[in-house]
Design a protein around this ligand. Structure first.
Ligand code: CO
Length: 300
């Protein structure tokens, strides 16, 4: 999305806060740590720094590429795993989106480096007029040079106010897309590298949801839950966030019905098809005439 000059300060603030929260989370990712506690600490950090979580922080392990969000009873303890932390902060709807991989296995530093170097190569190539295919090419080439595959059905994306995914789609391989980036567009670039096939599928169960339509719920009994969901301003939320106000059984029923009625959508965990390990790196950048400005650099 091309942003307005008047929004620029909010985009920059969101970028800095999401980067600071990501850094904070990376330090907390250690063997023996409770995954749920790390996610909650990252969300709390975002709030403390003056933003809102643009979505619940997520830690996806090993062959889970993205969108693993702990439920309130999640007992996952971090161990010798490849841990991907994805963090977003919102300032008046302007979003900083970034992710990093921590290798607790101690034997996959190459895989982590592959996605980081692919991200760096893509960022170096960003300027107004560069094509999406060229960015995908830069990513693919870097990941292939390490002997790994990019995940082809996960992509970077444009960001807009209160919009976590807009055009353009930034591919992780050269898909031949001739669409050119434009000055003042905000995009998130997020290469995923894997030892597997490079394809992900949607798993179960989803813990992250987002309002998708303004429609009213048909059943009066779940309207209170929908009212609460509307407060998340069309940004994703965790099922467990609703527990402060509603019993678990009511939430489960409401989410099921609201999804059936097309009022909310879910974001289930995304799993690599061959169960190959996956790494990810992501930053948000502002496209400039002759380059770009990384908005999610932590200079806090
Ligand atoms: Co993203």
């Amino acid at each position: 999305m091309i942003i307005e000059d008047s929004e620029l300060a909010d985009w920059k603030k969101a970028g800095i806060i999401s980067a600071a929260a990501l850094q904070h989370g990376v330090k907390l990712i250690k063997k023996g740590a409770l995954l749920l506690e790390v996610c909650e600490a990252v969300d709390a950090k975002i709030t403390k720094l003056g933003a809102k979580p643009a979505w619940p922080s997520q830690i996806s392990l090993d062959h889970v590429a993205a969108h693993y969000c702990p439920g309130f009873e999640d007992k996952t303890i971090l161990d010798a795993q490849v841990c991907k932390l994805d963090v977003g902060a919102s300032v008046n709807g302007c979003i900083g989106d970034n992710a990093a991989t921590v290798d607790l296995s101690g034997s996959n530093s190459n895989l982590v480096e592959a996605s980081e170097k692919a991200l760096a190569a893509a960022i170096k190539a960003v300027k107004s007029g560069v094509t999406l295919g060229e960015l995908g090419h830069a990513i693919q080439e870097e990941i292939a040079s390490y002997g790994f595959s990019p995940v082809r059905n996960l992509s970077g994306h444009g960001l807009g106010r209160f919009e976590i995914h807009t055009r353009p789609t930034v591919p992780n391989f050269d898909n031949g897309d001739k669409t050119q980036l434009q000055e003042n567009e905000v995009i998130a670039i997020e290469p995923f590298a894997t030892v597997g096939k490079g394809i992900i599928y949607e798993s179960m169960p989803a813990e992250v949801f987002m309002q998708a339509s303004d429609k009213q719920a048909r059943d009066p009994a779940i309207r209170k839950v929908l009212d609460k969901i509307r407060g998340y301003e069309m940004l994703p939320f965790a099922k467990r966030w609703l527990l402060k106000e509603f019993p678990a059984i009511k939430i489960a029923l409401a989410l099921k019905l609201l999804e059936q009625q097309g009022i909310i959508q879910s974001f289930p965990p995304l799993v690599e098809e061959a169960h190959g390990l996956v790494s990810q790196a992501e930053k948000t950048v502002l496209v400039k005439k002759n380059g770009c400005e990384v908005l999610t650099n932590a200079e806090y």
